[in-house]
Design a protein around this ligand. Structure first.
Ligand code: FMN
Length: 403
């Protein structure tokens, strides 16, 4: 065969490259309308995020059986619909802790949201405020409590990791001064879970410039450009100069907490914090009743999205026994991917839920608008489920709605 003249390769490149670039930019930037499922947003997030960031969000402990267990647990519970009920009007607002929420879920605390999208904490806080639900800021956030409080008039909670007691006292004071209504003490991270994906990728903040990470960033230029323009993310609450803070940052990144934090320390925290106090990560009925005796205001039944221990109960399976063990309002997270999951949790005794990863998928797919869309999608799915099971008011849910 006659070889092509040299110039034609150049011509092909010249005409194809701009088309490819244009096509890539338009698909990267534009998603024409809200996507129909949380899983569609997850796919988009996977496409748009560098592998190490997607793995940080998506990863679970060990070989990740826990991720499937959390989902399978919801699938196991079937709904038992009532027929011939007037469901023309439906209500899904709740007030599990006094203040009214437009829909029965709040935004779960998640560290390093700014790695998914610069300003991630602010975007989620604003989306939550628009929806009329609380937003919980993590100790490991990339914006400070003060920055979030200044950006939104919505209800803000603060999630506390006790890395060092003195530091924790300082954070609690800052949360109170910033107007946080609720302190969420996370108790399932005495030490780091076994995060194999993060070990493999070398994920951490500040980013390390290994060839692998550089390649990952280079092959996701839109994400990289956004990060570079915004300034690389850091653990915002530890931005202050001083060696103690550097050590604290490293400890927080490695999730090396004060592992001596015990019931006595919880009692002291209860005395020190005047607002609502929630304990997150409870799975045992005895622990639930112990919290109740210490004057905690509510519990978050959670296994941290299967990120800490691989073979641990799914929260929705732990819920009924905990419901019997105490009278406290119970919120639940881990594995919620559809509004019907929230309905099932509430039928089994939860007062509401927290939404975690789905919001990060939304944020990765299309920023703040993506977070709005995820919240709206879940609210719409709850509304639809209530109509289909003949339950006009979410407050009427009980175990009789479970088959
Ligand atoms: C990327 C990521 C970071 C998280 N960071 C925190 C955190 O800083 N503090 C905390 O209490 N929980 C944290 N969690 C756990 C969530 O609050 C929540 O329990 C979990 O996401 C629920 O599981 P799901 O996302 O699979 O529904 C994090 C979860 C994810 C996915």
């Amino acid at each position: 065969m006659k070889p092509l003249p040299k110039r034609s390769g150049w011509c092909v490149r010249k005409s194809v490259a701009p088309c490819l670039t244009f096509g890539w930019i338009t698909t990267e930037m534009a998603l024409p309308r809200p996507l129909p499922t949380v899983d569609d947003y997850r796919h988009e997030a996977k496409r748009r995020l560098p592998r190490m960031v997607y793995d940080y969000v998506e990863g679970g402990a060990g070989s990740e059986r826990g991720l499937d267990r959390n989902r399978d647990a919801f699938a196991k519970y079937l709904l038992s619909p009532r027929r011939l009920v007037n469901v023309q009007q439906r209500r899904q607002s709740v007030a599990p802790l006094g203040s009214s929420w437009a829909t029965p879920f709040a935004v779960a605390p998640m560290g390093l949201n700014g790695v998914v999208r610069p300003g991630g904490d602010l975007a989620l806080a604003k989306a939550a405020a628009r929806m009329g639900i609380p937003f919980c800021l993590s100790t490991a956030s990339t914006s400070t409590i003060e920055e979030v409080a200044a950006a939104t008039s919505g209800e803000i909670w603060f999630q506390l990791y006790v890395v060092q007691r003195k530091l924790a006292e300082d954070l609690v004071r800052r949360a109170a001064a910033a107007g946080c209504t609720t302190l969420v003490l996370t108790v399932d991270v005495a030490v780091n879970g076994e995060r194999i994906r993060d070990k493999r990728s070398g994920f951490g903040v500040p980013f390390r410039y290994t060839p692998r990470i550089m390649w990952d960033a280079a092959t996701h230029p839109v994400w990289s450009l956004r990060q570079v323009l915004a300034g690389l993310p850091e653990l915002a609450h530890f931005r202050v100069a001083g060696t103690g803070d550097v050590e604290a940052q490293a400890a927080l990144m490695g999730r090396q907490m004060d592992a001596s934090f015990d019931w006595e320390a919880l009692a002291a925290l209860r005395d020190a914090w005047q607002g609502k106090l929630l304990v997150k990560g409870i799975l045992a009925p005895d622990d639930a009743s112990h919290c109740e005796k210490l004057g905690v205001d509510g519990l978050i039944i959670s296994n941290h999205g299967a990120r800490q221990i691989e073979d641990v109960m799914a929260p929705v399976d732990a819920l009924p026994a905990i419901r019997r063990a105490c009278q406290l309002p119970l919120l639940l997270d881990s594995g919620i991917r559809h509004g019907a999951d929230v309905v099932k949790a509430m039928a089994l005794g939860a007062a509401g839920a927290l939404i975690g990863r789905p919001l990060l998928y939304g944020l990765a797919a299309r920023g703040e608008r993506g977070a709005d869309e995820i919240l709206a999608l879940l609210r719409q799915q709850i509304d639809n489920t209530l109509a289909l099971i003949g339950c006009p008011d979410i407050g009427m849910l009980d175990e009789t709605y479970i088959a």
